[in-house]
Design a protein around this ligand. Structure first.
Ligand code: FE2
Ligand code: FE2
Length: 178
């Protein structure tokens, strides 16, 4: 059933290359075209992070917990930088700097995934398991991509702040009861 599905890490690496190309087109595009390219880039980048956070990272947690936990934190920073770019007009003098910040954080993050985490996952999982995981991720990617960047941010943003609120409430509760 999943014979022609991409292996999990091959799918993620393909996304990394596509995102690099979109950053290059964004950089060279004339100002009136930049917003549409950024929206396409944001949609793909968010869908990519969603499938890593919801499917790939939980599966890889038992393979390299420290790299995976670092990955979650880096996604938060990338999402924050991306949101700043999305609310900035391409004609604003800070637009290019904001886009470049997203790109720099992302390229560094993707390099670490490809050099340190993905090889360990490939060694730890059978080809069949990697394809099953790839098929699962591809399906969620298509669904998230179809929803678009705005719906994805709306769905993800409150979840992040709810988690943070719950964690700080627990921490405060623990401090108060100790
Ligand atoms: Fe990632
Ligand atoms: Fe990635």
């Amino acid at each position: 059933m999943t014979d022609d599905a991409p292996k999990a890490t091959a799918l993620l690496e393909k996304h990394h290359r596509e995102l690099e190309k979109l950053f290059a087109s964004l950089e060279s595009a004339p100002v009136p075209k930049k917003r549409a390219i950024l929206h396409d880039l944001a949609t793909r980048l968010l869908a990519h992070m969603v499938i890593e956070e919801k499917i790939f990272y939980p599966r890889a947690l038992g393979i390299d917990a420290s790299k995976v936990l670092e990955g979650y934190e880096e996604h938060v920073v990338i999402r924050f930088a991306l949101e700043r770019a999305l609310v900035t007009s391409p004609s604003d003098k800070t637009f290019d700097a904001k886009v470049k910040t997203v790109k720099d954080f992302l390229v560094n993050h993707d390099d670490e995934e490809e050099e340190e985490l993905f090889p360990k996952v490939r060694r730890a999982m059978s080809i069949e398991a990697q394809r099953t995981l790839g098929a699962e991720m591809l399906s969620l990617f298509d669904k998230t991509r179809a929803a678009g960047w705005k719906a994805t941010l709306d769905a993800e943003g409150p979840q992040v702040s709810t988690r943070v609120r719950k964690a700080s409430a627990r921490a405060t509760g623990a401090a108060a009861s100790s």
